[in-house]
Design a protein around this ligand. Structure first.
Ligand SMILES: [Zn+2]
Length: 258
């Protein structure tokens, strides 16, 4: 069966790139902001241009941030996050590319330098002028104390959650690292992403055309299922831990019962 096959590939591979989407976070209780019943259907979307140019839009953005930050801060990593940490612990994980902004891969134990956050992170706020960062705890506390659109204390620039807003460019260095990792890995393991929006729609294809095996784990079908070497459907938290269960590669190689 596919799961056994993928488990064997993982046992034999020493260069895996993980990719995670919203489905990984929802199993930690973090809603998919872009889903039909998600956050953006109930709250005004403040795009990047508005944030920069309009004080009232900045105030609204920070009001929303202060409202939902506690639920993100309290969220805990789930078995899928821990499965990727297990791959790292066994020296198999080259990089963890994620569309998620909640910092749960790091909270689970992945080293920050291994996590490529293509949509940024909500764990920090960054100054748009000098790049200085403060924690979201500190920023939201300042909002609650009446600084409705907090500014950088170093340079007076605009502070913004370090996520990539609608209309804001994605971090080029992160995308470059993600593409390089995808093109050099032996196995690309995508979990919980519908693989529709850039760069999620392209990175698995880069990996595949560079000779890697492509494995997709998701609840729903994705447009890339057709080029995948294996597709596993179901609850991520049930599937991922079984994929990374430690097995002795030589026993796998010599077949059942060996
Ligand atoms: Zn600044």
């Amino acid at each position: 069966m596919a799961l056994e096959q993928v488990r064997e590939w993982i046992a034999r591979s020493n260069d895996i790139v993980g990719f995670s989407g919203a489905g990984v976070s929802t199993e930690s209780g973090i809603p998919d902001f872009r889903s039909p019943n998600g956050y953006w259907s109930r709250n005004r979307v403040v795009n990047f241009d508005e944030f920069v140019n309009d004080l009232e839009a900045r105030i609204e953005y920070w009001r929303q941030k202060a409202e939902h930050w506690p639920s993100v801060r309290e969220a805990e990593p789930n078995p899928t996050h821990h499965a990727f940490v297990e791959l790292h612990r066994r020296n198999k994980l080259r990089a963890m590319i994620t569309q998620n902004i909640d910092g749960l891969h790091q909270k689970a134990g992945l080293p920050p330098e291994k996590v490529l956050e293509v949509h940024g992170t909500t764990v920090d706020a960054a100054c748009l002028t000098c790049g200085d960062r403060i924690s979201s705890d500190e920023a939201c506390e300042r909002v609650e104390q009446g600084e409705l659109a907090p500014e950088c204390r170093k340079c007076g620039g605009l502070l913004k959650p370090a996520t990539i807003s609608f209309g804001q460019a994605m971090p080029r260095d992160v995308l470059e690292q993600a593409e390089l990792a995808a093109r050099r890995c032996e196995l690309f393991l995508a979990a919980g992403s519908s693989l529709v929006v850039y760069p999620a729609a392209l990175l698995p294809a880069f990996a595949k055309e560079s000779g890697a095996k492509l494995v997709i784990v998701n609840r729903e079908p994705t447009p890339l299922d057709g080029i995948a070497d294996a597709v596993l459907r179901g609850e991520l938290g049930q599937i991922l831990p079984r994929l990374v269960e430690a097995r002795d590669a030589s026993r796998v190689a010599s077949g059942p019962g060996a």
